[in-house]
Write a protein that binds this ligand. Structure first.
Ligand code: COA
Ligand code: AMP
Length: 637
């Protein structure tokens, strides 16, 4: 393993801090601008300033067109789908041609620069095409993850106001076909905003019924465009124009529309792909996530393509499709240089194949590094992966809001020594600090709120979609002059960051970010429920799993088990299967402080078997015994 002195990290980070302008203008040189930036940052624009304020660019051009001359026959996208038994590959030229044609189809539906398009598709190359076609026209895409239910989809349609929706007829989970079209039709019915048109990509596993006058068949529309010789050119946009909106769980049920701009995003990807992931033009980079998440946006779609690499679209799971050797099969078959996934995927593999027997079947000689993010990478899992794979295992920490790593170990600059449990050090442009509740800096080793001094670097959200005030209130007000990450942790003596958990109601289930507040809203909507509390409790596989406590209304005398089952179903129907909500527990009362605040933290400690002390402000200590008993009855505490 390389040592600190052989890494160019320290000087690189320092350069980004001392001369922001020069640093990012240098990075910007690897982007093909229509109008190059004359300056990097303008503090007077936007909520906290804007990046590359006078530049013009097109993201699709940078992801596809500019590579065609030099690497037109190189693969841009490799698709491998064990759940359907299919595989396909597209070169940069093929991808550019398909995307230009799709962009023409979209344009013919009235979509122009600045319009929004919602995309509801599984892990198929057409999802990438849809995103890139929007980028080509300067339209703003908003991808919704397939594991969300109609109501969540409806909220996003209502907030994003899409002129057009692009969907697939279905997604495929190992145990079922998820028919997207009925979910989408219901969401459109629920939403006050209605899209003008819907383009549907029909998959053989479930044929969707199209609504005459509104719905178009993808294949027909593309064939029509091809026959008419139609294709759309890249439309110049301002670097500060939005490329996409991605909704993420907020502190209430209403999701936050994280905005990504074109120029800053390109700069962040142009820096991070080579310098953090050590991926360069011609390399194969596989991110095993989903296009519905930020990780998918940055490192399945835009990051690899902007940098001329080959990306892998995997429609499958780490285990069960067909076995825990699936990842090794992919890596050897496609000569993957680096894999990026969530720790939960490795916990799943480790559980089914603890000795990594499946690994013996595959040639992994091209494989150089494993990157983990999305949740805390527990040292056990990191250790297992390092030992079995014999490559660096790199934890890195980021959020939907930031769009790329806040902290990581920059392999491309020469790796720093790994410390298990730490995502290593801040990336360029991130001035990360640990503060107490009053915003005072804390010394090394002391746990506090993790904040980032403004401005946030390029690629980070400039604001929330049509909600500057919500952005200010949610992120910038608690610690003036700083962005509040809502993560807690500490920095050690060597400047290594340790991320210990969230300071808000967000929990992390199988690398998926969920709001317990949002789940509580659903529980409270059950007619028999008087009061409720949802907490995330430790789970060996998924990191955390949600657990809901309900107090029933007086006079309700139906069997508790029936009500609990209804509640589980309600969360699945309202939020979606991705919430993985399987545990509802009826109790007589909830533990509260004398002022009426529910003691969720103490409940969590009891459920997690962590040491806990009786809160001094508790109203009635006996309630905690009742909670312990209720958890024991469910086999938990
Ligand atoms: N569309 C529809 N449903 C989906 C879905 C999708 N795209 N993705 C997941 N679901 C469903 C699952 O089928 C499951 O449904 P079930 O309750 O009927 O079993 C439910 O949502 C919960 O999904 P998840 O928590 O992911 O569990 P899982 O059993 O599908 O997979 C692992 C669990 C352990 C294999 C997990 O390691 C994994 O790979 N998770 C994904 C990690 C990831 O990509 N995170 C993104 C951030 S980098
Ligand atoms: P998301 O916006 O879905 O990417 O989720 C972001 C949140 O996931 C962060 O705020 C953290 O709480 C958590 N997270 C992401 N990466 C890591 C990591 N490497 N270590 C610990 N927590 C992480």
């Amino acid at each position: 393993m390389a040592h600190t002195h052989s890494s160019r990290y320290a000087e690189t980070y320092q350069a980004s801090m001392t001369d922001r302008e020069t640093f990012w203008l240098n990075v910007a040189k690897s982007i093909d601008w229509i109008k190059p930036p004359s300056r990097a940052f303008d503090a007077s624009q936007g909520v906290y300033g804007r990046w590359f304020p006078d530049a013009e660019v097109n993201t699709c051009y940078n992801a596809l067109d500019r590579h065609v001359a030099e690497r037109g026959d190189q693969l841009a996208v490799i698709y491998d789908s064990p759940v359907t038994g299919s595989k396909s590959q597209l070169t940069y030229r093929e991808m550019r041609d398909q995307v230009a044609r799709l962009a023409a189809v979209i344009r013919d539906q009235g979509v122009e620069k600045g319009d929004t398009v919602l995309i509801y598709m599984p892990m198929i190359p057409e999802a990438l095409m849809a995103m890139l076609a929007c980028a080509r026209l300067g339209a703003v895409h908003s991808v919704v993850f397939g594991g969300f239910a109609s109501k969540e989809l409806a909220t996003r349609i209502e907030d994003a106001h899409p002129k057009l929706i692009i969907a697939a007829s279905c997604g495929i989970e190992p145990n079922r076909v998820v028919t997207y079209k009925p979910l989408l039709d219901e969401a459109i019915t629920l939403s006050a905003h209605k899209p003008g048109k819907v383009i549907v990509f029909q998959r053989p596993q479930a044929h969707a019924t199209l609504i005459a006058g509104r719905d178009l068949d993808w294949v027909d529309a593309m064939a029509g465009a091809e026959k008419a010789g139609k294709s759309a050119d890249c439309v110049p946009v301002k670097a500060t124009d939005p490329l996409y909106v991605l909704y993420t769980s907020g502190t209430t049920g209403k999701p936050k529309g994280v905005v990504r701009d074109n120029g800053g995003h390109l700069a962040a990807l142009a820096w991070s792909v080579p310098n953090l992931y050590d991926i360069h033009a011609g390399d194969v980079f596989w991110t095993a996530s989903d296009v519905g998440w930020v990780v998918g946006h940055s490192y399945i779609v835009y990051g690899p393509l902007v940098n001329g690499a080959t990306t892998v679209v995997y429609e499958g799971k780490p285990v069960g499709t067909p076995d825990p050797g699936a990842f090794w099969r992919m890596i050897s078959e496609y000569k993957v240089k680096a894999l990026f996934t969530a720790p939960t995927a490795f916990r799943a593999i480790k559980k089914e194949d603890p000795n990594a027997e499946h690994l013996k079947k595959y040639d992994m000689s091209q494989f150089k590094a494993l990157f983990l993010a999305g949740e805390r990478a527990d040292p056990d899992t990191v250790n297992w992966a390092e030992t079995k794979l014999g490559v660096p295992v790199i934890d890195h920490w980021w959020q939907t809001e930031t769009g790329w790593a806040i902290a990581g170990n920059p392999l491309g600059l020469g790796p720093l020594p790994v410390k298990h449990g730490s995502p290593t050090v801040p990336m360029p442009g991130y001035d990360v600090q640990i503060v107490d509740e009053a915003g005072h800096p804390l010394p090394a080793g002391k746990m506090g709120s993790i904040v980032i001094k403004l401005p946030l670097p390029p690629g980070n959200l400039p604001t929330l979609w049509h909600a500057d005030e919500r952005f200010r209130e949610g992120y910038l007000e608690t610690f003036p002059g700083f962005y509040n990450t809502s993560d807690a942790g500490f920095v050690d003596e060597d400047g290594y960051l340790f991320i210990m958990g969230r300071t808000d109601d967000i929990i992390n289930v199988a690398g998926h970010r969920l709001s317990t507040g949002g789940m509580e809203e659903v529980l409270a909507s059950h007619p028999d429920v008087a009061e409720c509390a949802v907490i995330g409790i430790k789970d060996a596989l998924k990191g955390e799993q949600p657990c809901g406590f309900v107090v029933l209304k007086a006079g309700v005398d139906r069997p508790h088990a029936d009500i609990e089952n209804e509640i589980v179903k309600l969360v699945r129907d309202k939020i979606g299967p991705v919430a993985a909500f399987k545990l509802a527990i009826t109790v007589h009362r909830l533990p509260k402080t004398r002022s009426g605040k529910i003691l969720r933290g103490t409940m969590k400690k009891i459920a997690d078997h962590d040491p806990w002390t009786m809160p001094a402000t508790i109203d009635d200590p006996a309630v905690l015994d009742e909670i312990t008993t209720a958890l024991k009855e469910k086999g938990i505490a």
